[in-house]
Design a protein around this ligand. Structure first.
Ligand code: NAD
Length: 436
């Protein structure tokens, strides 16, 4: 099928490359010229396993093109909307300006008949508003909402082997065409669920608010463990053994971040208020508040452990990405904590195996290194902020020779405590008493 993908960020670039991999002819459109140029050369603008290879294959096969010329959209009969929907500057709600400018651009570039498939995460009601906008358009436009559940760091794998595909549409022909597009994935056993527009839009934010709430619960439990001389690792083993709870997505840390969860929780509560059902939304305001508190809590604990009240402590920060496997630093708690430590006078050196270039662009005032041992040179405290395997596998005996004081705070529960203690470290971790 001839398809277009509008917006080629993390979601759109991955989606375009995967559709080409499935055999479709794809044109990726973006307003960002530099991004288009890079993608057209078959290079990924961000670090995602297997994405470079899929882009290269797609571009060299001729099935995958990238452009900033809207006229090229007219050649496609299915258009995937993948533009960003960040938080608005003036409220907790979602900024839909990119969605509406893409819809307007598409309506001008293409007279229909065509199918618009929304993949961006949007407030409930957006798909119906877009369908209404197209109802006044010449030519027969159909609309469907097909929210994306991919996880950064697993974007290609999740796109080609999704846990579920959700399609919200009231049109039988739209449903048929989308099934046809995803046929190879469906043949592989993927589950597909058909809903109305509203349920499809809500399905995505519902997943994110449930995950966010779970993390704020577990972070609160970790805080109590610290105060009560308990150990959250033991608690997690007990909780995770209960089939009703399960052990996945149950690790405390420095709070969730990235470009999706925080803004999706806020936008969900904001939209519920607009719909007149704001009374129960205090729960989600609290999820957000508890989440942000993990950042300030980690900063306080780091200063308390770094000692030397009479001079600025040196702190080695291991991790800047918002999660392992990704170079994304958008709303990264790790980078925010490193920034706060620096702003409050600590001498911070940040190591990250992938995210240093992106972090440097966002916080050029901080000091970075691509070597963990260099970050630890003369440090009063080593602070683990991203759960990278590269960090988990560091040799504590080697690092002990580089630091000023062998004190570590594992804020992501990735280090082997016994191994570090045996190498002479004073070991602290999230969810364990200060003296543990
Ligand atoms: P992104 O910021 O990486 O990419 C958005 C892209 O859209 C940018 O390249 C931007 O230049 C482009 N754009 C903006 N306005 C445009 C226009 N009018 N026409 C064409 N292109 C335009 O964002 P992302 O992380 O890819 O997220 C996109 C959407 O997908 C969001 O709604 C997000 O919530 C959702 N989502 C993201 C992920 C993820 O892991 N990143 C996962 C699931 C869903």
């Amino acid at each position: 099928m001839d398809v277009s993908v509008i917006g080629t960020g993390y979601l759109g670039a991955t989606h375009a490359a995967c559709l080409a991999h499935l055999g479709h002819t794809v044109v990726g459109f973006d307003v960002d010229r530099d991004r288009v140029r890079q993608l057209a050369n078959g290079e990924s603008p961000f670090s995602e396993p297997d994405l470079d290879e899929l882009l290269r294959d797609g571009v060299s096969s001729g099935r995958l093109r990238f452009t900033d010329s809207p006229e090229l959209l007219a050649g496609a009969s299915v258009h995937f909307l993948c533009v960003g929907t960040p938080q608005r500057a003036d409220s907790a709600g979602a900024d839909l300006s990119a969605v509406w400018s893409a819809v307007d651009l598409l309506a001008e570039a293409h007279a229909g008949p065509a199918l618009l498939v929304g993949k961006s995460t949007v407030p409930v009601g957006t798909a119906a508003a877009i369908a209404k906008r197209f109802a006044s358009q010449v030519g027969a436009w159909e609309v469907a909402w097909n929210p994306e559940f991919l996880r950064e760091g697993h974007a290609v794998e999740d796109s080609l082997h999704p846990s579920r595909i959700v399609v919200g549409t009231d049109s039988e022909s739209a449903w048929q065409r989308i099934c046809e597009l995803y046929q190879p994935i469906l043949d592989d056993g993927a589950r597909i669920i058909r809903t109305d527009f509203a349920s499809a839009e809500l399905a995505k934010v519902a997943s994110n608010v449930v995950l966010a709430a779970r993390l704020s619960v577990v972070n609160s439990l970790a805080e109590v463990c610290e105060a009560a001389a308990g150990n959250v690792r033991d608690l997690l083993e007990v909780l995770g053994s209960d089939d009703r709870i399960g052990s996945v997505y149950l690790t405390p840390g420095i709070g969730f971040g990235g470009s999706c969860l925080p803004k999706d929780v806020r936008a969900f509560a904001e939209r519920a208020r607009e719909l007149g059902v704001g009374e129960s939304m205090g729960l989600f305001d609290e999820v957000d508040r508890v989440n942000l508190r993990q950042r300030s809590r980690t900063v306080e604990r780091a200063f308390a452990l770094a000692g030397s009240p009479d001079r600025a402590p040196r702190i080695a920060v291991l991790g800047a990405a918002f999660k392992a496997g990704s170079d994304d630093v958008r709303d990264s708690p790790a980078l925010a904590i490193a920034g706060s430590l620096h702003d409050r006078g600590a001498r911070v050196r940040i190591y990250d195996p992938k995210a240093v270039p992106a972090a440097r662009r966002l916080r050029p005032d901080l000091s970075y290194t691509e070597d963990a041992a260099d970050a630890c040179e003369d440090a009063d405290l080593v602070l683990v902020l991203t759960e990278w395997p590269e960090v988990a596998s560091l040799d504590p005996r080697v690092l002990a020779n580089r630091v000023a004081r062998p004190v570590v705070l594992d804020a992501r529960l990735v280090l082997d405590a016994d191994r570090w203690r045996d190498a002479g470290w004073e070991f602290h971790s999230v969810g364990a008493a200060h003296a543990h």
